[in-house]
Design a binder for this molecule. Structure first.
Ligand SMILES: [Zn+2]
Length: 57
């Protein structure tokens, strides 16, 4: 049986998660704030963030 996963819920969970391109640390942030450059990595202070992709498994 396939696990019951709700696509909308998964999207909601991963949509707001960003990964630092430099140190690969994850953080939850508002997409609008990321776009405006207001969010920076709390570990290395970088503004280079990318949205986290949904895992395939
Ligand atoms: Zn970082």
């Amino acid at each position: 049986m396939v696990k019951k996963t709700f696509p909308e819920a998964m999207a909601r969970i991963y949509y707001r998660v960003y990964v630092c391109r430099l140190c690969k640390s994850k953080m939850r942030a508002d997409p609008a704030k990321v776009k405006l450059g207001k969010v920076k990595c709390r570990k290395c202070g970088s503004h280079a963030l990318r949205p986290k992709k949904r895992p395939l498994a």
